[in-house]
Design a protein around this ligand. Structure first.
Ligand code: PLP
Length: 478
């Protein structure tokens, strides 16, 4: 039988350090299964690496952590301590940031739906609102009038042209009409309470050149607006900076090749039910494409952002040069990329069995919503932490299954090869889950508790239970 392809995750020292059965037993006993473990110092390192690139280019800047990528308060507190901001997308996110003591000047609201109480809270606290459509202008004007104050606004822009194609988005004002919209409306009495501060975009997908072109178009728009009397203080390029999850490009390519072979029936299955993860067989022809996050990326995180800044759309000058010359502040809202190497999800093994096809299933005390994103599958090999070390020749192939009463609660669609069958009470560590995976789709069906979120920071020679604190207990700001 051909071997199952491996996908070895990139893994920080702190993650390896926690791979001890006795320790995880205490942690799960205390916090339940699954538990989401986070590491704040690594979050700080990620922010630093972004800042380094910005400082190298002598750019005025602000990094606004996209709160929606992880629910923990700890990251809000840490962003604030590191003098960076937070991008909020709901009333509760904004309310919590304010309650935690984050300075209003460090907050932005980009919510797709802005209910009245959210607008009110933002305007009362002089927090920047990124507006998406004219109905929001009307609402903001009305509330600001009621409160006898002004509202700080930025404008979301979309519809950029990239390689002769217009990029579709359901968000924002079209780049071709936004200039006349601003010039015809902002000076009129209609929106007298709105004070324009800058431009914003957030693009779907992970293209550097699309972001480069969009940033360049915003700089050009800022120039035209300046002539009409509107000063653009910042341009916010949103998020979507790629992360590299995997050790090896060769493994990534081999996986893709083996998956295609499996779907074509040229080898035994490597996914549950021979799920093609986007590939399909149509009348003997392989169609479709891998529908997951692109887990292997040479250019990632702060380097990805740097390439957007260094992009030259036209002429000799890069975006960074243009921003520097014009004194425009660059802002960004990274979510996933600031959470790289920050978290893992650990679950306890509940049972082992063979299904009706003879495949081994390992049931875990967690469910499919506790490790899920909009991507079709999470393609990283988990670590199994055994109590009894495996003997040399016990290799077994398994699927991990979850607690929801659905046939599709298969935690990873991939079949995995383990050095032995786990025992009840062994632990499975899913690596690098802090960005979206652990929280974005988590639900409470069956009245299961939501997973506990904890922060780990080593205080002694060896990691111990006292090194773990619940998110709610992470030190409050003063
Ligand atoms: C989701 C989102 C982000 C963060 O995106 P990442 O891919 O996590 O970096 C930033 N800004 C806006 C407006 C978003 O919707």
């Amino acid at each position: 039988m051909p071997l199952l392809p491996k996908l070895t995750p990139k893994k920080s020292t702190w993650m390896t350090e926690l791979g001890k059965h006795e320790l995880l037993e205490e942690v799960i006993e205390q916090f339940g299964s699954p538990v989401n473990i986070h590491h704040l110092p690594s979050f700080g390192s990620n922010i630093k690496s972004f800042e380094n690139e910005l400082e190298k280019r002598e750019l005025k800047h602000k990094i606004l952590f996209a709160r929606k990528a992880n629910k923990c308060q700890g990251f809000v507190v840490e962003s604030h301590k590191l003098n960076q901001g937070v991008d909020t997308a709901s009333y509760n996110e904004l309310k919590e940031c304010i309650a935690l003591g984050v300075d209003p000047s460090q907050l932005v609201v980009t919510a797709a739906i802005k209910e009245e109480r959210l607008l009110r809270l933002a305007i009362q606290n002089e927090i920047l609102l990124i507006l998406d459509n004219e109905d929001e202008f009307i609402q903001v004007q009305k509330i600001a009038n009621e409160l006898h104050t002004d509202a700080r606004i930025g404008i979301r822009v979309s519809g950029f042209t990239h390689e002769d194609q217009k990029l579709y988005s359901r968000f924002g004002f079209d780049i071709e009409i936004v200039e006349s919209f601003i010039c015809n409306n902002l000076t009129s009495n209609k929106y007298s309470a709105l004070s324009y501060e800058g431009l914003h975009f957030h693009l779907n997908g992970y293209s550097i050149s699309q972001r480069g072109v969009a940033l360049n178009a915003c700089v050009a728009l800022a120039d035209r607006l300046k002539e009409k009397g509107y000063t653009t203080h910042f341009i916010d390029i949103g998020g979507g900076f790629l992360v590299n999850y995997l050790e090896s490009q060769q493994e990534w390519e081999a996986f893709d090749e083996q998956l295609r072979k499996a779907v074509k029936g040229e080898r035994d299955e490597i996914t549950h039910g021979n799920n093609g993860l986007g590939y399909e067989l149509l009348e003997g022809e392989l169609i479709g494409r891998l529908n997951t996050y692109p887990y292997y990326n040479e250019v990632n995180k702060s380097n990805f952002m740097a390439q957007v800044l260094d992009y030259k759309a036209e002429g000799e000058k890069s975006n960074a040069q243009l921003l520097r010359e014009k004194g425009i502040e660059i802002r960004m809202e990274p979510g996933r990329s600031l959470l790289d190497q920050i978290g893992m999800t650990v679950a306890r093994v509940a049972f082992r069995k063979q299904d009706s096809k003879g495949d081994w299933l390992v049931g875990l005390e967690m469910n499919m919503t506790q490790m899920r994103s909009s991507s079709t599958d999470f393609l990283l090999d988990p670590d199994v932490i055994f109590k009894e070390k495996p003997a040399t020749n016990d290799e077994v192939e398994v699927y991990f299954t979850g607690a929801y009463c659905l046939e599709q609660d298969i935690l990873l669609k991939r079949k995995l090869s383990l050095s032995k069958l786990p025992d009840i009470g062994d632990f499975v560590m899913f690596i690098n889950t802090a960005g979206y995976m652990m929280h974005f789709y988590e639900s409470e069906a069956h009245l299961f508790d939501l997973a506990t979120n904890v922060f780990y920071e080593k205080t002694g020679d060896r990691p111990a239970l006292v090194d773990f604190a619940r998110d709610a207990h992470v030190q409050q700001l003063v």
